[in-house]
Design a protein. Sequence first.
Length: 280
Amino acid sequence: MEFKWTTWKVAGAALALTGSLAAIAAAAHAAAADDAATIKAALVKRLPKTEITTIDCDKIEGVCEVQARQNLFYIDRSARYLIIGRVYDMETKQDLTAARLLEMNPDMLVGAGGAGEQEDAAEPTPARQAGAGAAEPLPRIDPVALAALPSSGSVVMGKGSRTLTVFSDFRCGYCKRLHETLATLDVKVVERPISVLGTRPISEAVICATDKRRAVNEAYDGGAITSGRRCDTSGLDANEAFARKHGFTGTPVIVRDDGAVLHGFRPREFLETWLKEKVS
């Protein structure tokens, strides 16, 4: 009889403990939800033009992972500091950022070269596979609408019989790589900055700089740009409105002079072939 009574006491204690653990888990979940909501509110205030998809503060201690559509970056829990780049787990020797980007979009890293060349592969920039033999035609936009964008929102570089318009973000690793690649080709490039990662101040500094081409290089290199003057930046608003209208949710986006569109970085060989295609 005493054994049965002890058994019931143990069972009762176990049930009470289970209930307590469930209550603690529920409270922790609610607190985490409130925390994420607070962080998102602060982030929306500081990056009003960035569409936040998810915020995860549980994967890495002290850091929150932020997905903005097809882009990925990190912030601290106060949403004051924005971190762009890779996060490595040195214990498991895993690139957490690259793994997450591939989880978001398996095609994101296609076309960026071999594994040994992907220094910026974890930058929050999407890319889609569009090589030779693609089954679906490339999307197009109206070249007239593209040409109607104000020149005040662009920086023109290079010379050539063909023109490429590039919608870019100065903190995008693939945008920098594309900028460097296009500089080696016989092509006129019209660079139109858009703010995907809260880089509007950098874009404004570039547009207002006396030497815009030099300012573009400085921006991609991460250097400080001091324009020393104010100027008309409404062209940047036009760039972002155009990007939203045509579904440009990541960078870079390359638009050929006939309206053909490529999303993401492409290597030099691909771009050379693409530029030789007849304007249709």
